[in-house]
Design a protein around this ligand. Sequence first.
Ligand SMILES: CC(C)(COP(=O)(O)OP(=O)(O)OC[C@H]1O[C@@H](n2cnc3c(N)ncnc32)[C@H](O)[C@@H]1OP(=O)(O)O)[C@@H](O)C(=O)NCCC(=O)NCCSC(=O)C[C@H](O)C(=O)O
Ligand SMILES: [Mg+2]
Length: 349
Amino acid sequence: MKLPRRFFQPLATGAPAPFRELPVRLERMIHFVPPHNDKVRARVPELAGTVDVVLGNLEDAVPADQKEAARKGFVAMAQATDFAATGTGLWTRINALNSPWILDDLFTIVAEVGDKLDVVMVPKVEGPWDIHYIDQLLAQLEARHGVTKPILVHAILETAEGVANVDAIASASPRMHGMSLGPADLAASRGMKTTRVGGGHPDYRVIADPAGDAPRASAQQDLWHYTIAKMVDACMANGIKAFYGPFGDFSDGAACEAQFRNAFLMGCAGAWTLHPSQVAIAKRVFAPDPAEVAFAARIVEAMPDGTGAVMLDGKMQDDATWKQAKVIVDLAKLVAAKDPELAAVYKLG
Ligand SMILES: CC(C)(COP(=O)(O)OP(=O)(O)OC[C@H]1O[C@@H](n2cnc3c(N)ncnc32)[C@H](O)[C@@H]1OP(=O)(O)O)[C@@H](O)C(=O)NCCC(=O)NCCSC(=O)C[C@H](O)C(=O)O
Ligand SMILES: [Mg+2]
């Protein structure tokens, strides 16, 4: 373990100093773009103003013989659009550390568009050693190419070993932005008997005890509850952000919304959107409910210094509910700053 005073030192001479606090950004959705697909890539300039983050995906879902085209496509799309002008984050998902493509991914992208890149998403992170490797390499590349803003790192939690090491991954580097659940790879790594990209399974359920001949009620359970809770605790304990990942059944908007909402309520900041149809769902879910915002604002107003106990509508409020209310009001302000329609509904000063 590094001494605390060395934790924030740049890892290469000439590399920018790491952030002490994460930049405050609204990241309701990380929108995946396949950069080797010319048709989808052509939509990026128009897309950029409508999503919080555009991510050029170089890893899974890009065929092996298209990896180079995806990398070039990402550089082209990063150069063609001023993402910062609309407050949109620019991320890339690089190939896995044990793949033949990772070095070319990072060498090319930092050299060509390092100054425009906010976050590198790293798949299949197994432990802090993976983050240390990327951290050092990024520092060397930032120094070589004169990148002035530190590029952040986002880990995908998608292997059993990664879940076992989640706390150490979250605290591995000041470069850590956050973590996303990767339910498809994690299912495979765990030996789960599913063929889905996120969401539930009709056979994962609890059943009521028998009561004579009456039909026994049963209800589907959330396959991802344990992992999301573990990921949220690891992230929030380290001041970084947790995200639900992908929902692969584009035809089932209701199930996508339910999965996103569970993640939101559990503490996640956003989710991945893989198709334009999922963007509106993420916008709906990852902004607090106006009635909840109004009640939270009343709590904050009723306890100006955040201490004591008061009654509101028959419900006791104290320091702890004040803190919950503050989470909701702060998020609503962040959303309102970007979304005039919701700003008008929230009516926060
Ligand atoms: C999956 C897709 C290839 C589907 O694309 P397509 O066949 O074109 O679908 P549609 O005809 O329904 O598309 C309608 C129009 O929307 C455009 N489109 C489609 N996808 C996108 C997009 N992501 N961004 C912007 N625009 C998009 C189409 O071009 C159509 O346009 P038009 O013809 O003008 O009307 C495609 O959606 C896609 O590639 N999505 C991303 C898939 C991806 O990145 N998958 C990997 C992430 S999930 C994962 O890796 C698992 C995870 O790691 C884990 O382990 O859990
Ligand atoms: Mg994956």
